[in-house]
Ligand binder design. Sequence first.
Ligand SMILES: O=P(O)(O)OC[C@H]1O[C@@H](O)[C@H](O)[C@@H](O)[C@@H]1O
Length: 310
Amino acid sequence: MGQYAPVWDHRASVKVTKDMSGTNQVTLRNPQGASVKVSLHGGQVTSWRNDRGEELLFSSSKAISKSLKSTRGGISVFFPQYGNGGSVEQHGFARNKIWTIEDNPPSLKSFDTQGKSFIDLLLKPSEDDLKFWPHAFEFRLRVSLASDGSLSLTSRIRNINGKPFKFSFAYQTYFSVSNISEVRLEGLETLDYRDNLCQKELFTEQGDAITFEAEMDRVYHLSPNCIAVLDHEKKRTYLIKKEGLPDIVLWNPWQKKSKAMVDLGDEEYKKMLCVDGAAIEKPITLKPGKEWTGRVELVMVPSTHWNDDL
Ligand SMILES: O=P(O)(O)OC[C@H]1O[C@@H](O)[C@H](O)[C@@H](O)[C@@H]1O
């Protein structure tokens, strides 16, 4: 079961309940009143609230809770494949599987438990998964809420196969924004990106900051380990700090009149921005017995102060 530092933290808690579809979900709380919800369906973070109870992640109103697929919104884990170019379903099977809670996971080096409420989840391949992707693995996901309200996800993927395997990976985060047209993103200036809407053609980012005026689906390579999403109207700045994840994907479907997304309300594209910390361009090769770690930390800071934190 999840843990928290006993000395300081009598109010931080980890609670397991059932969601509307009957799947177990875990709620993490910190003493200041911030909270995080994680579903065992996909290990998906479905909610992240600050100490004022304000939701920081977008969730579609058309989320189909009984579907076998993960719901649109929150934070999803993509493994063992990003996109649809391989042998398994789009963005891999991990987001559509039921994970288990791991009571005594192997210790996580350099993880300071002080002031944190956290839970460890585990995914192992089923016989069926092995038919499509014949590589035995253990995937450990630690979701952690710190006393300052920041949320971190650490993935540890171990090859327990006799042979090396390759995979790609992403944390897909749907931030809740006031209006996508008013948001800007800083930290990707001058980087090369592949545009998925232009046959993956390579471009170089020219602007001072990225703004959103139309559909976007881009993969930025070798991005810095901290980028910022500024939403002045909501007076929120999200910092995305990452380790082991060289790429960033920016995605917003905009309003698709011809091909509406069935699990997204008509105007809801305005309220979301998807930023994925990812390892896509060069899939990771994992040798037998080895473990890979990829981490993302999300921080919400007052809009005018984000630069100090970089
Ligand atoms: O609908 P899905 O499978 O959740 O994918 C949503 C989007 O995810 C993004 O990461 C991709 O870059 C997009 O191409 C894709 O459309």
